[in-house]
Design a protein around this ligand. Structure first.
Ligand SMILES: CC(C)(COP(=O)(O)OP(=O)(O)OC[C@H]1O[C@@H](n2cnc3c(N)ncnc32)[C@H](O)[C@@H]1OP(=O)(O)O)[C@@H](O)C(=O)NCCC(=O)NCCS
Length: 220
């Protein structure tokens, strides 16, 4: 297994891994059946706008995992216009396989607003300007590849003098939280409601923010 910088030829492989691991490491298709809108939402910015911050795990020429990074989270454009293009252009709000999760998202956000809670899908804090997403196919898990991806990314941030990194994981993904804690991250605040997503039994999901300070000094 090779960990290497992302290249343009990896784009389709990254999108496949994103869709195949979108539900806490399992396929998301049972809940969000449209691969392109899901991959655009969760990997599009990183592959298309900040590819120099992406790493892949390559097994015999196949992408079997990735770390998608962002150095300055305030630079990520609002995904709403892109999602509106999908909603209108591809009728996602009335298509079986996407209508449920999207209407639930709208409902969850509306209820949150009524109860005085804003949308809490981003963490903008100058202490942790960078963020990451990491996902490996089952074949790549448990052998230290995740650790290598994260340490490569954090070393690059430290070398550039970036003060810290955050990430949002599912509050119910105990394995991922344990992995991130063993990689130097700590939980930041309580789990927050995640709009739209439900477990197979209908339970609501949450987002757990995690952060890591990297020190402020640029390495010589
Ligand atoms: C979470 C994930 C990135 C970890 O990568 P990995 O290559 O499997 O993990 P590593 O082998 O590098 O493990 C590094 C450390 O994390 C721990 N760890 C990894 N997965 C764990 C799990 N599920 N439960 C508990 N600890 C875990 C390992 O025990 C190891 O600790 P150690 O060094 O003290 O022995 C990977 O398993 C994965 O992609 N899972 C599915 C998708 C996912 O949950 N992504 C995160 C969403 S934000």
């Amino acid at each position: 297994m090779v960990v290497r910088p992302y290249e343009a030829r990896d784009r389709a492989g990254v999108r496949d891994v994103c869709f195949a691991t979108g539900y806490m490491g399992d396929p998301i298709a049972w809940q969000w059946r449209d691969r392109d809108s899901f991959a655009d939402l969760f990997s599009g910015y990183y592959t298309d706008r900040e590819p120099a911050s992406a790493l892949v795990a390559d097994l015999d020429g196949q992408v079997v995992g990735y770390l998608l990074g962002c150095r300055d989270s305030t630079a990520v454009p609002d995904p709403a216009p892109m999602m509106v293009r999908h909603l209108v252009g591809r009728a996602l709000l009335v298509r079986p396989g996407t209508a449920g999760v999207l209407w639930r998202s709208i409902g969850d956000v509306a209820v949150g607003v009524v109860r005085g809670r804003g949308l809490d899908t981003e963490l903008h804090d100058p202490r942790w300007p960078a963020h990451l997403h990491i996902n490996l196919l089952p074949v790549a898990r448990g052998g230290g590849v995740g650790r290598r991806l994260v340490s490569t990314w954090l070393d690059a941030l430290r070398a550039d003098g970036v003060s810290g990194c955050h990430l949002g994981t599912w509050g119910e993904n105990a394995g991922a939280i344990a992995f991130f804690e063993s990689s130097g991250f700590r939980r930041h605040g309580p789990p927050r409601p995640m709009p739209g997503m439900r477990s197979p039994t209908g339970a609501r999901h949450t987002t757990q923010w995690m952060v890591q300070d990297l020190g402020s000094g640029r390495r010589s």
